[in-house]
Write a protein that binds this ligand. Structure first.
Ligand SMILES: [Fe+2]
Ligand SMILES: [Fe+2]
Length: 280
Protein backbone atom coordinates (compact mmCIF):
# COMPACT_ATOMS: atom_id res chain seq x y z
CA UNK A 1 0.00 0.00 0.00
CA UNK A 2 1.15 3.49 -0.85
CA UNK A 3 -0.21 5.74 1.86
CA UNK A 4 -0.13 9.50 2.06
CA UNK A 5 0.43 10.94 5.52
CA UNK A 6 -2.05 13.76 4.99
CA UNK A 7 -5.49 12.66 3.84
CA UNK A 8 -8.68 14.70 3.52
CA UNK A 9 -10.76 12.98 6.23
CA UNK A 10 -8.30 11.09 8.49
CA UNK A 11 -4.57 10.95 9.03
CA UNK A 12 -2.25 8.36 7.50
CA UNK A 13 -1.31 7.33 11.06
CA UNK A 14 -4.90 6.26 11.77
CA UNK A 15 -5.06 4.22 8.56
CA UNK A 16 -1.70 2.59 9.35
CA UNK A 17 -2.81 1.69 12.87
CA UNK A 18 -5.99 0.01 11.67
CA UNK A 19 -4.04 -1.91 9.00
CA UNK A 20 -1.63 -3.27 11.63
CA UNK A 21 -4.45 -4.09 14.06
CA UNK A 22 -6.36 -6.23 11.54
CA UNK A 23 -4.98 -9.82 11.35
CA UNK A 24 -5.90 -9.93 7.66
CA UNK A 25 -3.64 -6.99 6.77
CA UNK A 26 -1.06 -6.87 9.57
CA UNK A 27 1.75 -8.08 7.29
CA UNK A 28 0.89 -5.78 4.36
CA UNK A 29 3.88 -3.63 3.39
CA UNK A 30 2.92 0.04 3.77
CA UNK A 31 5.02 2.75 2.14
CA UNK A 32 4.34 6.22 3.42
CA UNK A 33 4.54 9.04 0.91
CA UNK A 34 5.96 12.01 2.72
CA UNK A 35 6.15 15.55 1.46
CA UNK A 36 6.64 17.83 4.41
CA UNK A 37 6.79 15.13 7.11
CA UNK A 38 8.57 16.14 10.30
CA UNK A 39 11.04 13.88 12.07
CA UNK A 40 8.53 13.21 14.84
CA UNK A 41 5.84 12.25 12.31
CA UNK A 42 8.26 9.81 10.71
CA UNK A 43 9.23 8.33 14.08
CA UNK A 44 5.59 7.88 14.94
CA UNK A 45 4.95 6.11 11.64
CA UNK A 46 7.93 3.86 12.36
CA UNK A 47 6.59 2.90 15.76
CA UNK A 48 3.22 2.16 14.13
CA UNK A 49 4.91 -0.31 11.77
CA UNK A 50 5.46 1.56 8.50
CA UNK A 51 7.59 -0.46 6.08
CA UNK A 52 9.30 2.37 4.18
CA UNK A 53 9.12 6.09 3.32
CA UNK A 54 9.26 7.66 -0.10
CA UNK A 55 9.62 11.44 -0.26
CA UNK A 56 7.36 13.42 -2.57
CA UNK A 57 7.75 14.22 -5.37
CA UNK A 58 8.96 10.82 -6.47
CA UNK A 59 9.97 9.46 -9.85
CA UNK A 60 8.66 6.30 -11.46
CA UNK A 61 12.22 4.94 -11.60
CA UNK A 62 12.48 5.28 -7.84
CA UNK A 63 9.04 3.98 -6.95
CA UNK A 64 8.74 0.88 -9.13
CA UNK A 65 11.78 -1.13 -7.93
CA UNK A 66 10.85 -0.53 -4.30
CA UNK A 67 7.26 -1.58 -4.83
CA UNK A 68 8.43 -4.68 -6.70
CA UNK A 69 10.77 -5.65 -3.84
CA UNK A 70 7.99 -5.22 -1.28
CA UNK A 71 5.51 -7.26 -3.33
CA UNK A 72 8.11 -10.09 -3.34
CA UNK A 73 8.48 -9.75 0.44
CA UNK A 74 4.71 -9.97 0.88
CA UNK A 75 4.56 -13.13 -1.25
CA UNK A 76 7.18 -14.76 1.00
CA UNK A 77 5.30 -13.67 4.12
CA UNK A 78 2.05 -15.13 2.72
CA UNK A 79 3.76 -18.43 1.99
CA UNK A 80 5.04 -18.62 5.57
CA UNK A 81 1.63 -17.78 7.00
CA UNK A 82 0.08 -20.42 4.80
CA UNK A 83 2.62 -23.07 5.89
CA UNK A 84 2.02 -22.25 9.56
CA UNK A 85 -1.73 -22.44 9.05
CA UNK A 86 -1.37 -25.90 7.46
CA UNK A 87 0.67 -27.14 10.44
CA UNK A 88 -1.80 -25.69 12.92
CA UNK A 89 -4.67 -27.45 11.14
CA UNK A 90 -2.61 -30.64 11.23
CA UNK A 91 -2.01 -30.27 14.98
CA UNK A 92 -5.74 -29.78 15.59
CA UNK A 93 -6.49 -32.82 13.43
CA UNK A 94 -4.12 -34.91 15.55
CA UNK A 95 -5.89 -33.78 18.72
CA UNK A 96 -9.22 -34.64 17.10
CA UNK A 97 -8.07 -38.12 15.99
CA UNK A 98 -8.76 -39.21 19.52
CA UNK A 99 -12.16 -37.88 20.62
CA UNK A 100 -10.70 -37.56 24.11
CA UNK A 101 -8.03 -35.06 23.10
CA UNK A 102 -10.06 -32.72 20.91
CA UNK A 103 -9.10 -29.17 21.83
CA UNK A 104 -6.26 -30.31 24.12
CA UNK A 105 -3.44 -28.28 22.52
CA UNK A 106 -5.52 -25.10 22.41
CA UNK A 107 -6.31 -25.39 26.12
CA UNK A 108 -2.66 -26.14 26.96
CA UNK A 109 -1.64 -22.96 25.08
CA UNK A 110 -4.29 -20.99 26.96
CA UNK A 111 -3.33 -22.26 30.44
CA UNK A 112 0.37 -21.78 29.67
CA UNK A 113 -0.17 -18.23 28.47
CA UNK A 114 -2.03 -17.30 31.64
CA UNK A 115 0.66 -18.78 33.88
CA UNK A 116 3.39 -17.00 31.89
CA UNK A 117 1.53 -13.69 32.07
CA UNK A 118 1.35 -13.98 35.86
CA UNK A 119 5.03 -14.85 35.92
CA UNK A 120 5.77 -11.64 34.01
CA UNK A 121 7.29 -13.25 30.90
CA UNK A 122 7.52 -10.79 28.00
CA UNK A 123 5.19 -10.88 25.01
CA UNK A 124 7.78 -12.32 22.60
CA UNK A 125 8.62 -15.26 24.90
CA UNK A 126 4.91 -15.88 25.49
CA UNK A 127 4.09 -15.90 21.80
CA UNK A 128 6.88 -18.44 21.02
CA UNK A 129 5.70 -20.55 23.95
CA UNK A 130 2.08 -20.43 22.76
CA UNK A 131 3.00 -21.70 19.31
CA UNK A 132 5.11 -24.42 20.92
CA UNK A 133 2.11 -25.41 23.03
CA UNK A 134 -0.16 -25.55 19.99
CA UNK A 135 2.27 -27.92 18.24
CA UNK A 136 3.57 -29.82 21.29
CA UNK A 137 1.94 -33.15 20.39
CA UNK A 138 2.37 -32.85 16.60
CA UNK A 139 4.60 -35.95 16.67
CA UNK A 140 1.60 -38.08 17.72
CA UNK A 141 0.88 -38.21 14.00
CA UNK A 142 3.03 -41.39 13.82
CA UNK A 143 1.42 -43.15 16.80
CA UNK A 144 -1.01 -45.91 15.68
CA UNK A 145 -4.63 -45.57 16.83
CA UNK A 146 -4.37 -48.90 18.66
CA UNK A 147 -1.77 -47.35 20.97
CA UNK A 148 -3.09 -43.79 21.10
CA UNK A 149 -6.64 -44.86 21.95
CA UNK A 150 -5.87 -47.94 24.03
CA UNK A 151 -8.25 -48.03 27.00
CA UNK A 152 -5.95 -50.02 29.29
CA UNK A 153 -2.40 -49.60 30.55
CA UNK A 154 0.40 -49.51 28.01
CA UNK A 155 3.09 -52.19 27.80
CA UNK A 156 6.79 -51.27 27.56
CA UNK A 157 6.84 -51.35 23.76
CA UNK A 158 3.73 -49.17 23.44
CA UNK A 159 5.19 -46.73 25.95
CA UNK A 160 8.33 -46.52 23.81
CA UNK A 161 6.21 -45.63 20.77
CA UNK A 162 4.36 -42.90 22.70
CA UNK A 163 7.63 -41.48 23.99
CA UNK A 164 8.90 -40.88 20.48
CA UNK A 165 6.36 -38.12 19.81
CA UNK A 166 8.44 -35.13 21.06
CA UNK A 167 11.32 -36.18 18.77
CA UNK A 168 9.03 -36.74 15.77
CA UNK A 169 7.38 -33.33 16.30
CA UNK A 170 10.80 -31.68 16.54
CA UNK A 171 11.97 -33.34 13.31
CA UNK A 172 8.82 -32.25 11.48
CA UNK A 173 9.19 -28.59 12.50
CA UNK A 174 12.99 -28.33 12.28
CA UNK A 175 13.18 -27.41 8.57
CA UNK A 176 10.92 -24.37 9.13
CA UNK A 177 12.95 -21.34 10.11
CA UNK A 178 9.95 -19.58 11.65
CA UNK A 179 9.46 -22.51 14.04
CA UNK A 180 12.95 -22.37 15.56
CA UNK A 181 11.87 -20.73 18.79
CA UNK A 182 9.00 -23.15 19.30
CA UNK A 183 11.27 -26.21 19.11
CA UNK A 184 12.36 -26.38 22.80
CA UNK A 185 8.72 -26.65 23.92
CA UNK A 186 7.92 -29.34 21.38
CA UNK A 187 11.09 -31.34 22.08
CA UNK A 188 11.27 -31.06 25.87
CA UNK A 189 7.65 -30.96 27.11
CA UNK A 190 8.02 -34.36 28.82
CA UNK A 191 11.25 -33.58 30.69
CA UNK A 192 11.31 -33.47 34.51
CA UNK A 193 13.36 -31.17 36.75
CA UNK A 194 15.15 -34.14 38.35
CA UNK A 195 16.22 -35.43 34.94
CA UNK A 196 13.89 -38.46 34.95
CA UNK A 197 11.85 -37.29 31.92
CA UNK A 198 12.31 -37.79 28.17
CA UNK A 199 13.63 -37.56 25.48
CA UNK A 200 16.93 -36.11 26.78
CA UNK A 201 16.64 -36.42 30.55
CA UNK A 202 17.82 -32.82 30.99
CA UNK A 203 17.35 -31.28 34.46
CA UNK A 204 16.96 -28.06 36.44
CA UNK A 205 18.06 -24.89 34.65
CA UNK A 206 18.62 -26.77 31.40
CA UNK A 207 14.81 -26.80 31.12
CA UNK A 208 13.67 -23.31 30.07
CA UNK A 209 10.84 -21.69 32.05
CA UNK A 210 8.52 -21.64 29.01
CA UNK A 211 8.96 -25.42 28.68
CA UNK A 212 8.24 -26.00 32.40
CA UNK A 213 5.06 -23.94 32.09
CA UNK A 214 3.78 -25.89 29.08
CA UNK A 215 4.57 -29.18 30.86
CA UNK A 216 2.42 -28.16 33.83
CA UNK A 217 -0.42 -26.93 31.59
CA UNK A 218 -0.23 -30.18 29.57
CA UNK A 219 -0.44 -32.42 32.64
CA UNK A 220 -3.22 -30.39 34.23
CA UNK A 221 -5.36 -30.54 31.09
CA UNK A 222 -4.71 -34.28 30.71
CA UNK A 223 -5.73 -34.94 34.33
CA UNK A 224 -8.88 -32.82 34.26
CA UNK A 225 -10.31 -34.23 31.02
CA UNK A 226 -11.76 -37.64 30.14
CA UNK A 227 -9.24 -40.08 28.72
CA UNK A 228 -9.55 -43.40 26.91
CA UNK A 229 -8.19 -45.08 30.06
CA UNK A 230 -10.04 -43.10 32.81
CA UNK A 231 -12.58 -40.34 33.44
CA UNK A 232 -11.69 -36.73 34.19
CA UNK A 233 -10.26 -36.14 37.65
CA UNK A 234 -11.42 -33.26 39.81
CA UNK A 235 -9.39 -30.07 39.95
CA UNK A 236 -8.58 -30.81 43.60
CA UNK A 237 -7.23 -34.27 42.75
CA UNK A 238 -5.27 -32.84 39.82
CA UNK A 239 -3.54 -30.34 42.13
CA UNK A 240 -2.82 -33.08 44.67
CA UNK A 241 -1.09 -35.05 41.93
CA UNK A 242 0.81 -31.98 40.69
CA UNK A 243 1.95 -31.24 44.24
CA UNK A 244 3.09 -34.86 44.65
CA UNK A 245 5.08 -34.39 41.45
CA UNK A 246 6.73 -31.28 42.91
CA UNK A 247 7.70 -33.26 46.01
CA UNK A 248 9.24 -35.95 43.81
CA UNK A 249 11.30 -33.22 42.14
CA UNK A 250 9.54 -33.43 38.76
CA UNK A 251 7.74 -30.15 38.15
CA UNK A 252 8.09 -26.42 38.74
CA UNK A 253 6.57 -25.39 42.06
CA UNK A 254 6.07 -21.70 41.17
CA UNK A 255 4.38 -22.56 37.91
CA UNK A 256 1.90 -24.80 39.73
CA UNK A 257 1.15 -22.08 42.31
CA UNK A 258 0.37 -19.68 39.45
CA UNK A 259 -1.81 -22.27 37.72
CA UNK A 260 -3.73 -22.51 41.01
CA UNK A 261 -4.34 -18.74 40.80
CA UNK A 262 -5.47 -19.04 37.17
CA UNK A 263 -7.99 -21.75 38.11
CA UNK A 264 -9.19 -19.90 41.23
CA UNK A 265 -9.73 -16.91 38.94
CA UNK A 266 -12.19 -18.92 36.87
CA UNK A 267 -9.82 -20.91 34.65
CA UNK A 268 -10.57 -20.84 30.93
CA UNK A 269 -13.87 -19.62 29.53
CA UNK A 270 -16.68 -22.20 29.50
CA UNK A 271 -16.25 -22.88 25.78
CA UNK A 272 -12.56 -23.67 26.20
CA UNK A 273 -12.79 -25.29 29.64
CA UNK A 274 -11.83 -28.85 30.44
CA UNK A 275 -14.51 -31.24 29.28
CA UNK A 276 -12.88 -33.56 26.83
CA UNK A 277 -9.45 -34.32 26.06
CA UNK A 278 -5.61 -38.69 25.88
CA UNK A 279 -2.45 -39.14 27.38
CA UNK A 280 -0.33 -36.00 27.59
FE1 LIG B 1 3.09 -34.88 24.75
FE1 LIG C 1 -0.17 -33.04 25.41
Amino acid sequence: MLLDLHLPDRSGHEVLESIRADPATRLLPVVMLTGMATVSEKMRAQSEGVTDFIPKPFSQEELLPRVRALVMLKLFADEHEHAEHVILTLAKTIDARDPYTAGHSGRVAEYADRIATRMGLDAAARSDMRRGALFHDLGKIVIPDAVLRKPGALNAEERKIIEEHPVVGYDLLLPMKTMRKTLPVVYHHHERLDGSGYPEGIADHAIPMTVRIVTIADIFDALTTDRAYRGALSVATAFEMLTEGVQKGWWDKDGIALLREVIDDGGLSASAGPHDGARV
